[in-house]
Design a protein around this ligand. Structure first.
Ligand SMILES: [Zn+2]
Length: 476
């Protein structure tokens, strides 16, 4: 038997398909083993299934037995700003004013390598403590901050997507850089980091309002030269932004700017998409591109409510990730993202059920806005991986995938969860998929990062909540 086999026994919950395909029967998209065994070799999943069955094949396997917890694939944060870690939760502005008042002054400090390293360290440690094992990240316009991001992620062996964040207008002179420098630095960074270890590089124009024609051409050139690189940007977040963008780029809608420079296609992600038109949704679906839904941020900056039910229209289903958008998002935890996403969905549901304006009634779309625990945790795991074109590597416990996972304590966090738990499960934890799904709903609505007990990367435990934290958050 190979010496580097690692076994983990416990209750596993993951997804094999998109729950939005199974209206009323969403459990068909999921998989639950109340007593399961995951066997990995060098961090890659070698076997997975019911303990009774799988353990017979590995009679000498030493395994870790995790009791009274739910084990899920690691969470995927599709949109986070590493250099905004220290200014998370800054008061009082919508997007454009908030950038000028709080964000650019802070991000300017990231031209200093040690400041950038410390920021990356804090950000990634916060993500791991929240159960997030993969993120797609912005850095700054300084190459050193991009280098430090990838270096710190590599130290933690995290699968990350990131890139130098290009902006040549709409920010202070000390912060912006020229299109030529951006193209040169990005090319060098792609050669250094893309597919080195677990790093993935994204060509990252910050947003089209901060990009001149020359910078967009630089991105177009880079995508042509490095077609395997990802593309990550913002789209259609705030009404003032969209008005100014249309004037500056002389375009009909936001998406058309990225289309004009051949950036919209596979491996393209636009963050937010709050005000996308039906036509833009259709074009994104056709291009097989993705949008990241960032409800914490969209509420915090007052941006608006993403139309989840439209994005999941089976006729034009787009790829989706969910994201924190820290520091406009005020939490590192994807569990909190689900909490806010659920509320966005319910508001959209009310607006489309015909009770406000019968002319806008659309019952199928209204229903698709309801974020069940299946739809929710799919979006953080297999759905997020699909959105990032990483579902061949992560997102569930399929054999051959990389073993990143999170261990959830359903009884931690605020006391109300314990009340839910006592209604839902017996002493031995959830025994059926329905019980497990109900517990997951309790966690997403009542919980937060206190429910994350352990985080594992490539079958190694990299985060464990301390005993004092467990005691503090345990039900009394
Ligand atoms: Zn953002």
């Amino acid at each position: 038997m190979a010496k580097n086999l690692v076994g983990v026994r416990g209750s596993f919950f993951d997804f094999v398909d998109d729950p939005w395909k199974f209206i009323g029967q969403e459990e068909k998209s999921a998989r639950f083993y109340s007593d399961g065994l995951l066997v990995t070799e060098n961090g890659i999943i070698r076997d997975f299934g019911p303990f009774e069955k799988v353990s017979q094949k590995y009679p000498n396997l030493h395994f870790t037995h995790i009791k009274n917890r739910l084990i899920l694939p690691g969470f995927i944060d599709g949109h986070v700003h590493v250099p905004q870690t220290r200014v998370i939760g800054s008061f009082g502005e919508q997007l454009l004013g908030w950038l000028q008042q709080w964000i650019f002054p802070e991000e300017m400090k990231y031209k200093d390598r040690s400041y950038a390293r410390e920021g990356a360290r804090q950000c990634l440690d916060n993500l791991l403590a929240a159960g997030t094992t993969t993120c797609q990240a912005y850095t700054t316009s300084f190459a050193v901050s991009t280098e430090e991001f990838f270096e710190e992620a590599s130290r933690r062996n995290m699968l990350v997507v990131g890139g130098l964040t290009g902006i040549d207008r709409f920010a202070p002179d000390e912060y912006i850089d020229t299109a030529q420098n951006f193209q040169r630095d990005t090319a060098r960074l792609i050669k250094t980091y893309h597919r080195t270890g677990r790093n993935i590089y994204a060509i990252t124009p910050r947003f089209a309002l901060g990009a001149s024609h020359d910078l967009m051409v630089a991105c177009q050139n880079l995508k042509r030269e490095f077609p395997d690189a990802w593309v990550h940007t913002h789209i259609s977040e705030n009404p003032s932004e969209i008005t100014q963008l249309k004037q500056f780029h002389q375009c009909n809608d936001y998406l058309s700017v990225y289309e004009k420079y051949d950036l919209v296609g596979k491996k393209f992600t636009g963050g937010h998409g709050v005000y996308l038109s039906d036509d833009e949704f259709r074009r994104i679906a056709k291009a097989d591109a993705a949008i990241t839904f960032c409800p914490c941020s969209n509420f915090f900056l007052g941006s608006g409510m993403f139309r989840l039910g439209r994005a999941t229209d089976p006729e034009h289903r787009i790829r989706l990730t969910f994201g924190t958008d820290v520091g406009a998002g005020n939490r590192f935890s994807m569990i909190n993202v689900l909490d806010e996403a659920y509320k966005v969905g319910m508001c959209n549901n009310t607006m489309l059920d015909g009770s406000i304006d019968p002319r806008n009634q659309n019952l199928p779309e209204a229903e698709r806005n309801k974020l069940s625990p299946y739809r929710a945790f799919y979006s953080l795991t297999l759905g997020g991986a699909h959105g990032l074109y990483l579902d061949d590597r992560i997102g569930n416990f399929e054999v051959g995938k990389e073993a990143d996972f999170v261990v959830l304590d359903w009884a931690a966090g605020q006391r109300a969860i314990a009340w839910h738990e006592s209604l839902l499960v017996g002493a031995n934890g959830p025994q059926t998929m329905d019980e497990a799904a109900q517990l997951l709903f309790s966690i997403m609505i009542l919980g937060d990062d206190r429910n994350v007990d352990e985080t594992w990367i490539m079958a190694e435990r990299v985060y464990q909540k301390t005993v004092s934290e467990q005691t503090a958050s345990a039900r009394k």
